[in-house]
Design a protein around this ligand. Structure first.
Ligand SMILES: [Zn+2]
Length: 216
């Protein structure tokens, strides 16, 4: 998620009203049909409610309207992580991602104390980047807080998120660098500014590299 310039002042309004582009049901249906031609029956992996990709995360599912069923990395290569800032609290992020009317949700939400909620399976496509191609190739990580409040980005949050990102990079062979771990602001065509100027990329990348060296 994230702010749209000056509108960041109305924080709650930005979060509830903003978010990624809402994808209509008709568009989704067409997309599913277009992709069905090559898909053999039975290739879809079974999902178990509560199953996690990130050990230690808490499973709490996003609304089914805010993501699309997929079979990554078999159908789409996962080669990007998109870093977001909620422009709100952890609880608010969970609430709006569970709201079918929101039209957007990320795979993960990281709390200030480093706690991680997983809301969408990594094999599925979350609507978080506001760009279809980027959604299909990426995993979205939201962070509690506001882009204009550097104090919100706690050490525990950086560390929790870095462990999560290191695991994602290891699972899909994603290089730990700024080409592959990007901010929402860097997504083509976005009008979102998150994670904003106070997000410490050097620190974050260093932590991801350190976490990558440790056994999971
Ligand atoms: Zn964002």
């Amino acid at each position: 998620m994230g702010s749209k310039g000056k509108k960041a002042v109305g924080r709650r309004a930005v979060l509830l009203g903003g978010g990624a582009a809402v994808v209509g049901t008709a568009v989704l249906a067409r997309e599913e049909l277009a992709r069905a031609w090559w898909r053999l029956p039975g290739t879809r992996r079974k999902r178990v409610e509560g199953e996690l990709d990130h050990a230690g995360a808490e499973w709490t599912s996003a609304s089914r309207a805010n993501w699309r069923r997929a079979d990554r990395p078999d159908d789409y290569t996962i080669d990007r992580i998109v870093i977001h800032v909620v422009q709100g609290s952890y609880a608010t992020a969970l609430r709006v991602f569970k709201n079918p009317g929101h039209g957007a949700a990320a795979h993960y939400v990281v709390r200030k104390d480093g706690h991680v909620a997983q809301m969408i399976r990594e094999l599925d496509v979350g609507f978080h980047a506001g760009n279809r191609d980027m959604n299909e190739r990426s995993i979205g990580i939201e962070h509690e807080g506001f882009v204009d409040r550097p104090k919100d980005f706690t050490a525990a949050m950086y560390e929790g998120s870095a462990r999560l990102a290191a695991g994602i990079c290891a699972r899909y062979g994603i290089p730990v660098d700024r080409e592959h771990i990007i901010g929402h602001v860097e997504v083509e065509g976005t009008d979102h500014t998150d994670p904003g100027p106070h997000w410490d990329w050097d620190r974050y990348l260093r932590l991801v590299r350190e976490a990558s060296k440790k056994p999971a």
